[in-house]
Design a protein around this ligand. Sequence first.
Ligand SMILES: Cc1ncc(COP(=O)(O)O)c(C=O)c1O
Length: 198
Amino acid sequence: MDNNFDTIHEFEQALSKFTGAPYVIMTDCCTHAIELCLRYDQITQCSFTAYTYLSIPMTMHKLGIDYRLLDTPNWIGEYAFENTRIWDSARLLRQDMYRPGQMQCLSFGYSKPLEIGRGGAILLDDSTAYNKMIKQRYDGRDLTISPWQTQKTFEIGADFAELFMEVVVSMLRYPENEKFPCIVTWIFLNFQVTIPAI
Ligand SMILES: Cc1ncc(COP(=O)(O)O)c(C=O)c1O
């Protein structure tokens, strides 16, 4: 496997161990993690708090989802898309935070508990969903196959997301990243994540 993708895989394993989620899919941001889940579950209707980030209702528009905004300002760390198993957990990172049966979407962007600079992840326990979305997050590619040109089949429709995984890899990989010199080591050794107030 390519070294860059080893880094992603290592990070996913660290997150899996930390959060208790059997499967973890790293993405370029939380918004795209949520988009992958909404598409996978073919959500057509949902309700969620109005007190969220702009990209969330914009994604609903993009996907043609009929949504209702709720006057619920007091969520802490994460909120559910009601009537779905999908969560916007952009502002939460806590040991054993995984909720069985659910798909929780994390962010590693600016002001988030683990601020890499950019990045997101899906926590889940559905192996079928995992096997599909793990390829969808990066142009249908199976990152265990290198070089990618030797991959035999690419599923149609797996290339919808313009995911900038290279950016995420570079942020994870380089020790010069001032905030977290080695993110994987940091997760394993410290397990101490502060949750900023929203
Ligand atoms: C509650 C919430 N959800 C989603 C997002 C989007 O996260 P990302 O920038 O990783 O797509 C943000 C970003 O600030 C957020 O605050």
